[in-house]
Write a protein that binds this ligand. Structure first.
Ligand SMILES: Nc1ncnc2c1ncn2[C@@H]1O[C@H](COP(=O)(O)OP(=O)(O)OP(=O)(O)O)[C@@H](O)[C@H]1O
Length: 377
């Protein structure tokens, strides 16, 4: 079992503050994913939990014990890196067994543990091979096997799939999700790939320039992003942002004007908003061709026909490719030919001048909130 508490964790490199007081609790059995753009500090945070980087201030607490001053091997964690870090001259068996050999574990016990990990990871037939004979995905499984045999309190993954091609990455995502279910272990996973975060996490932690911007279940972040940064980061293709003017508020929401059209957005209003410039957010998958509460004409420049849907990158109000629409199925739209599109007020997000979201009045389902409690199974 592994619980983690990060209490006001800070990191400076010289004068540069990389992490600005991170506060986070990870429950036993949770799969938590840290996401954020390059340089936001996610790897640094993971390395500090592992004990590979020193913490400038704050507490890192694992299962109730402050571990700031403990070396990595004493923290009860195992880390899997992007570069598999395997020993090329050793067999798969010996690579997986390595941490147990360091512990001087008795041979029969060691063999049983390695074979068990190999079975979980479908490496049983590969134990006598050297890493050079394995595919990228198999090598990463060996690295994960080496983590499993240590039976850590917490698994840490630092972008473990980014060296794999797209198809293998998708397969390994499924493998890791299954592994988490099977081991019921606490896992913390760093990636800049929001699809990995959305598909694997019980809870996503979005980092922005050394601060936690929002934490929540994947679909909670999708439906109720706290701010424009999270709204733009979660969801693929990215959310569109349009400037609107606030016309007024009522009990049922905020009335906005977009190029002379008025729509009532079902969000919780705030005081003295009339006349302010706000930002309307609309996801590409919520653009439609058959009218809506607000309609406008866009001119597609690039069209991606993916079979299940059609993605159009378009120019809106003369700005090239500043707009993206994802339409279901195959749609007969053409590059450079204007097309009428529309959006519904209920699908819109609204952000203030600081980029803070107005609370949307959408009911989240139990699935949206990931109520499947990993610790209850
Ligand atoms: N050893 C170091 N010395 C000085 N600055 C560092 C060091 N390690 C990281 N940094 C800086 O700290 C910031 C955060 O780095 P970090 O590797 O944690 O980012 P990240 O979010 O994991 O990014 P990426 O997705 O690109 O790996 C970056 O600006 C980086 O340049």
């Amino acid at each position: 079992m592994g619980q983690l508490l990060l209490n006001n964790v800070q990191k400076f490199y010289g004068d540069y503050e990389v992490l600005k007081g991170v506060q986070l609790e990870v429950k036993n059995g949770e799969f938590v994913v840290f996401v954020g753009p390059s340089g936001c500090g996610k790897s640094t945070l993971l390395r500090m939990i592992a004990g590979l980087d020193a913490t400038t201030a704050g507490d890192i607490v694992i299962n109730g014990v402050r571990v700031n001053d403990l070396p990595p091997v004493k923290r009860g964690i195992a880390m899997v890196f992007q570069s598999y870090a395997l020993y090329p001259h050793m067999t798969v068996f010996e690579n997986i067994a390595f941490p147990l050999r360091v512990e001087k574990m008795e041979e029969a016990k060691l063999k049983a543990k390695v074979e068990n990990a190999a079975r979980i990871l479908h490496l049983d037939q590969r134990l006598q091979q050297k890493p050079g004979m394995l595919s990228g995905g198999q090598r990463q499984r060996v690295a994960i096997g080496r983590a499993i045999v240590r039976e850590p309190k917490i698994f840490l993954f630092d972008e473990p799939l980014s060296n794999l091609d797209a198809a293998l990455r998708a397969d390994m995502r499924i493998e890791l999700a299954k592994l988490h279910r099977q081991l019921k272990a606490t896992m913390i996973y760093v990636t800049h790939d929001q699809v990995e975060a959305m598909t694997m996490a019980d809870r996503i932690v979005v980092l922005d320039a050394g601060n936690i911007s929002q934490t929540g279940a994947p679909l909670e972040l999708y439906h109720k992003p706290a701010n424009q940064f999270v709204a733009g980061f979660i969801g693929n293709p990215k959310m569109n942002f349009l400037p609107v003017t606030c016309k007024g508020v009522s009990a049922s929401g905020v009335e906005v004007d977009y190029l002379g059209q008025t729509a009532l957005l079902p969000v919780t209003p705030r005081d003295s908003m009339a006349g302010k410039t706000l930002t309307l957010g609309i996801r590409p998958e919520h653009i439609q061709l058959n009218g809506g509460d607000i309609v406008f004409t866009v001119t597609p420049t690039v069209i991606e026909r993916l079979g299940a849907n059609t993605v159009a990158y378009a120019s809106l109000n003369g700005e090239a490719e500043n707009f993206c629409a994802m339409l279901p199925g195959s749609v007969g739209i053409r590059p450079d030919t204007p097309v009428a599109t529309g959006i519904n007020a209920a699908d819109c997000h609204l952000f203030d001048e600081e980029g803070i979201a107005f609370e949307r009045r959408v009911e989240l389902t139990e699935i949206d909130m990931n109520v499947i409690n990993p610790t209850a199974a």
